[in-house]
Design a protein around this ligand. Structure first.
Ligand SMILES: [Fe+2]
Length: 554
């Protein structure tokens, strides 16, 4: 199906995608960079298809997991396994009958509405963690088709076996999940006629690549600096289009981000309890049993309530470590957290809270004056002063790491680091989205200007340069993902969207910062690809991560 778009007549070295019920390319010329193909249910029962989702993102031991599925096969099986090194199945449910259901027109906002085909009770003694839920079906020709879903299992007793609560960045996963062609970035046939879906139900399958990935799937960022003279590339987009993975598999999800921290931490002896952002939203007290909370990866979407929970936790003595980037949008959760709302750049014209007494809760940038809650006030950094690095034409030849300015800080202990060193360069941790601050350099050291809500005792330990405008060079074969549209995302730091402000906003930074608040403290290494350093066992990234976890979980 997709093959004719790529290279007519040539056989691809991979199973044809129609077996997957997979991707429908849009009718436009082939361009892996800008391809808008997506995975969906195909209205053809002859195509072998299996998809599933669950009623919630997370469960406690003893809870019933309701599994909803659609398949063209006569029966499916569901395997459940904790995603960890040396993972074994916890359970396999065989011979499940599931009808073949399509996507209703309003599936993005209201869910797929497929029937419950199986119930699985989380064992009372099951260890907290992230569990893959793998649906399998025979296609009638001796092949097995697979769809991978995932659930979070909360601890039976909070904090009893782990001092650290790992909060999964599930709001960002949800935002990018384009199964069926709708997410916070694009939409096919969005009921309100918007170019993206402002309301997203969690009752949708995860698009391929969000829950599991084959080894070697490219990250969004460059694995090595772009060769001088070479045109910018998007290896993840190319891989996604050729192999039938979501165009956003490298942008967000368990497989490419949170998983790398989980595996590294558990292998290195750190006991973690797991929860989702939705758990934090619904139950802010969840933090209280822990010495430390951690969030990692691409971490872009938060609710007011989640921030409130973190701020109060830190005030009372909690420690928060963030190894992630892109703190940008306010969202709202509805229906017990099963529906996520974000009107983004259209909030002023479309968000129903505009003009109400709750206008601060409009789903716009944290930096928007109407919202008036600077992102930096919670995590020390924000997205609008940072943004892009190490992908496409965004600083493709940067150092790949953070330049260290204050090597004497405890976070760098044991690394024998010096002023001017690059941290994590070989693993290219500085990308693909980074968070920064307004800053000035005095006597060779960066200082926050504190005009953007940064906490008053915040120190910038290390930083690097972000570039928020993909400047076309018009080279043969060049195809830019954003071109020059991107600095609209960083303009809100200056207010009005004018050409002058866009130019100023085209430059940004990414930082590692530390500050204390009340009795607690926050460490923030503001790069989505920090986890690439852990996955690659890059020593500098590991040393800093260990120093933070050891101090914060003590
Ligand atoms: Fe992002």
């Amino acid at each position: 199906m997709i093959s004719e778009d790529i290279d007519e007549g040539r056989e691809l070295p991979h199973e044809p995608l129609e077996h997957w019920g997979g991707f429908i390319p849009r009718p436009q010329g082939f361009d892996a960079t800008r391809s808008r193909s997506y995975e969906t249910v195909i209205d053809d029962a002859r195509v072998a298809q299996v998809f599933c989702y669950t009623n919630l993102l997370s469960y406690r031991p003893g809870d019933d997991v309701l599994i909803h599925a659609s398949t063209t096969a006569t029966e499916i099986s569901i395997e459940i396994r904790r995603d960890e090194i040396g993972s074994n199945p916890v359970d396999v449910i065989q011979q499940i009958k599931a009808p073949f259901s399509l996507l209703p027109a309003d599936f993005a906002a209201n869910g797929c509405g497929w029937p419950v085909v199986a119930r699985w009770t989380v064992p009372r003694d099951l260890r907290s963690g992230f569990y893959l839920v793998i649906a399998r079906a025979a296609d009638g020709q001796g092949n097995v088709r697979e769809h991978v879903h995932g659930i979070t299992v909360l601890p039976a007793k909070r904090g009893a076996r782990a001092p650290v609560l790992f909060i999964l960045a599930t709001s960002t996963w949800t935002a990018y999940n384009d199964f069926g062609g709708s997410c916070h970035y694009l939409a096919d046939n969005e009921p309100e006629g918007l170019p993206f879906a402002p309301k997203l139900s969690i009752h949708r399958p995860w698009a391929r690549g969000f829950m599991s990935l084959p080894a070697g799937a490219p990250r969004k960022g460059y694995a090595t600096a772009l060769e001088v003279g070479a045109i910018p590339r998007y290896p993840a987009s190319e891989f996604a289009t050729l192999r039938g993975y979501s165009r956003y598999y490298a942008n967000a999800g368990w497989a490419n981000y949170d998983r790398h921290f989980a595996l590294w931490a558990e292998q290195n002896g750190y006991n973690l309890d797991y929860a989702t952002q939705t758990d934090l939203h619904n139950d802010p007290d969840i933090l209280e049993a822990y010495r430390c909370a951690v969030i990692v990866g691409h971490d872009e979407y938060w609710t007011w309530e989640m921030r409130e929970a973190v701020d109060q936790y830190v005030e009372k003595g909690g420690r928060v470590a963030r190894f992630g980037g892109n703190f940008y949008w306010q969202i709202r959760l509805e229906d017990g957290g099963t529906k996520q709302i974000c009107y983004k750049k259209l909030a002023k014209t479309h968000d129903p809270l505009m003009g109400s007494t709750h206008a601060r809760r409009i789903t716009a940038e944290w930096e928007d004056p109407l919202v008036g809650r600077p992102g930096a006030a919670t995590f020390g950094l924000n997205a609008t002063w940072g943004m892009y690095a190490n992908h496409g034409a965004f600083a493709p030849r940067g150092s790949g790491g953070f330049t260290i300015y204050r090597p004497e800080h405890w976070a760098f202990t044991g690394g024998n680091f010096y002023y001017g060193d690059i941290l994590g360069g070989s693993a290219r941790i500085f990308g693909y989205e980074v968070d920064g601050l307004e800053y000035e350099i005095r006597d060779g050291l960066p200082y926050p200007t504190f005009k953007d809500g940064a906490p008053e005792n915040l120190e910038i330990l290390a930083m690097g340069l972000a570039n928020n405008r993909e400047v076309p060079h018009y080279s043969t074969g060049e195809s830019l993902y954003y071109s020059d549209e991107t600095d609209t995302f960083t303009v809100p730091r200056y207010g009005a969207d004018t050409p002058e402000n866009r130019d100023r906003a085209s430059r940004g930074s990414g930082m590692i910062v530390h500050f204390t608040r009340g009795k607690g403290e926050v460490f923030n290494a503001g790069a989505a690809d920090w986890v690439a350093g852990l996955a690659a066992r890059e020593l500098g990234t590991e040393i800093v991560t260990r120093n933070v976890l050891d101090r914060f979980s003590r």
